[in-house]
Design a protein around this ligand. Structure first.
Ligand code: NAD
Length: 584
């Protein structure tokens, strides 16, 4: 695919560089800086690939080794050095260092080794990088806003190198992956997600921005670590917290009115409120709630297809009632309604469990859980003693679920007794232990195969090797939000959406399920391999943009009559060196 028509923006990307199109319709990088500065900016640095003519014209003569190399030679050298790294964290540091030297090389390398490198720049390795953020910190990237500087948010946003930001991934670092409050380290998850926006979704990296809202941390080891780089104070709460987030949102609206915001890894006590507060103010979504919901619904629809049943026939238990669990249960409920069940039937077929047991409305439960809470009448024939909350085992015994989804972060929660009980009533139980990182997974795929005699349909949150069972190899699909958010966000960016509607999120789930039906089920996969990321994201983006045009979320109603697939393709950023010319 060529990026002949690629012109990412009408606004200049930066004061220092921009992408322009020449008279033949080919893109080139126009730069207003010269010499060593060009080699310092990851957006403009081509390293040894600057041609002799470019070196002469741009003041680079003598600053680089004599040989001019092409990108393939550069990638060969980088990959050989990557392979010399001995640990995952050093592989992570190696890749991040490339990203800070040359974005094109970083993405070109990633693209060629997606399978191998996604688990490094994203889960699970990114979890380690986040935990060691302050100890291994090297280079500034993105923005950090805190109580100390938030009143100057307008100036801070204007300070940034990039002028046409379209996609922001922001965290407050309060609930990172399955490893909790990581304070300042949360910035790395935003960097990782944005890498997938580009590597998977095709978003131009010079239009993306990671942001950490450094509202403090409640983690004692961080506060006690002399190297800790974040604000050394307990987390802001309540009014002070929302005041800070409000100021950030208002500054974004002013500085980058076309930006889409992805809220990332906000703890459940604020995640739902943050989403509700801003979703009608600007286009935004929460990946842990909505992205996870869409990803899990797509996998569940695929698993149902595999066994020739409908979602309406399933009895589902979701263990975990945080951002992920409630997001997933809400998406499944919508899916069940769409499959023909009534609201009250969904109550009989969908059970959410938290740390106390079944989520019920008669005890003091959090507001965000209430739409999925059960009342005691729903389970009165289970003969549970009065005032006792049904446990996961009670629910499994009495409701006889055909689907078990884990988003609890509790390793071993789906023990042999739970799994065998589920398998007793269903020939092909669907079991998705989705908790990350790998050590927190509710049950390993190998154990599920052993305990169900290989009958279960399995997908996990973290990557797992194929399972060998009775002499056969079974691939394990990874329920990765990366199959949803890059396509969803890309559609919102190129469709210049004014909101991210529920219909758009839901369309991303059904699009992914259709992609899986067409490309993966016959190979025994419930989710695509990560090598399909670009194809999946492209397909998801096409369907989501069509939906956004249909429901009025896209401001680009002029796109209604065009070929959306071609439009999406024409906006995909390509990781290749562009000719570099000095601006006049
Ligand atoms: P969270 O802290 O917001 O929620 C955890 C929930 O689990 C809480 O409701 C808690 O009450 C419940 N819980 C604790 N102990 C339990 C037990 N013994 N039985 C049942 N429930 C129990 O966390 P979160 O952000 O929702 O994430 C939860 C897990 O899901 C993490 O491990 C995270 O990595 C994973 N996750 C995976 C994906 C993915 O695979 N794509 C996406 C999102 C979250």
């Amino acid at each position: 695919m060529s990026n002949k028509h690629f012109k990412p923006t009408m606004t200049k990307l930066s004061n220092y560089f921009d992408v322009q199109i020449d008279a033949e319709g080919n893109p080139y990088m126009e730069v207003s800086i010269r010499g060593a500065n060009l080699l310092k900016l990851p957006a403009t640095n081509k390293g040894s690939a600057f041609t002799l003519q470019e070196r002469m014209e741009l003041g680079l003569e003598g600053l680089l080794p004599s040989q001019v190399t092409n990108i393939e030679q550069q990638l060969e050298r980088l990959y050989a050095n990557y392979q010399k790294q001995l640990t995952d964290i050093s592989r992570y540091q190696f890749l991040r260092a490339i990203q800070e030297r040359s974005e094109v090389l970083f993405y070109a390398l990633l693209e060629r080794h997606l399978d191998e490198m996604v688990p490094i720049i994203y889960t699970p390795t990114i979890g380690l990088a986040i935990q060691q953020f302050s100890d291994i910190y090297t280079t500034a990237r993105g923005l950090t806003l805190s109580a100390d500087n938030i009143d100057r948010a307008d100036t801070i946003l204007a300070n940034h190198l990039l002028h046409d930001v379209r996609m922001i991934v922001v965290t407050d670092g309060s609930a990172i992956l399955g490893i909790g409050d990581q304070g300042m380290g949360g910035l790395d998850i935003c960097i990782g997600k944005l890498a997938l926006y580009t590597a998977g979704g095709g978003l131009c990296p010079f239009q993306t921005l990671p942001v950490n809202l450094d509202v403090g941390t409640n983690r004692a080891e961080l506060l006690d670590n002399p190297q800790y780089l974040g604000v050394r104070a307990k987390r802001l709460q309540d009014e002070a917290y929302f005041e800070l987030v409000d100021k950030f949102i208002n500054a974004v609206k002013k500085q980058w009115p076309k930006a889409i915001i992805q809220f990332e890894d906000f703890a459940k006590n604020v995640a739902f409120d943050v989403l509700a507060r801003y979703r009608n103010q600007l286009p935004c979504f929460n990946d842990d709630i909505q992205g996870t919901g869409a990803m899990a619904l797509a996998g569940l629809l695929s698993a149902c297809r595999k066994k020739g049943e409908s979602l309406a026939e399933q009895i589902v238990v979701v263990a975990g009632a945080g951002a992920g669990g409630i997001g997933v249960a809400s998406a499944i409920k919508e899916g069940m309604l769409r499959a023909g069940l009534t609201e009250s039937q969904t109550r009989q077929q969908l059970f959410v469990i938290d740390g106390r047991g079944l989520v019920i409305d008669s005890i003091n439960t959090d507001t965000y859980k209430l739409p999925l809470a059960h009342s005691q009448e729903n389970y009165q024939d289970w003969a549970i003693e009065e005032n006792r909350i049904p446990s996961l085992m009670d629910v499994v015994t009495h409701a006889k679920p055909s689907v078990l989804i884990g988003l609890s972060g509790v390793a071993g929660l789906f023990n042999e007794a739970i799994i065998t009980s589920v398998a007793q009533h269903h020939k092909h139980p669907i079991i998705f232990p989705l908790s990350n990182p790998t050590d927190n997974c509710e049950v390993t795929p190998q154990d599920i195969f052993e305990w169900t005699q290989g009958r279960a349909i399995v997908a996990t949150g973290s990557p797992f090797a194929d399972v060998e069972y009775q002499g056969k190899q079974y691939p394990i699909g990874q329920g990765n939000n990366a199959f949803i958010f890059p396509g969803l966000g890309f559609a919102a960016v190129v469709g210049e959406c004014s909101r991210i509607s529920d219909a758009m999120v839901s369309e991303s789930a059904y699009a992914l399920a259709d992609y899986i039906a067409e490309n993966c089920l016959a190979k025994g996969l419930i989710y695509p391999p990560i090598t399909d990321l670009k194809k999946v994201s492209h397909y998801v983006a096409t369907r989501v943009l069509a939906k956004a045009l249909e429901d009025g979320s896209s401001k680009r109603q002029d796109l209604k009559d065009i070929d959306i697939d071609a439009y999406i393709k024409s906006h995909v950023w390509q990781a290749r060196h562009l000719p570099c010319k000095a601006s006049k």
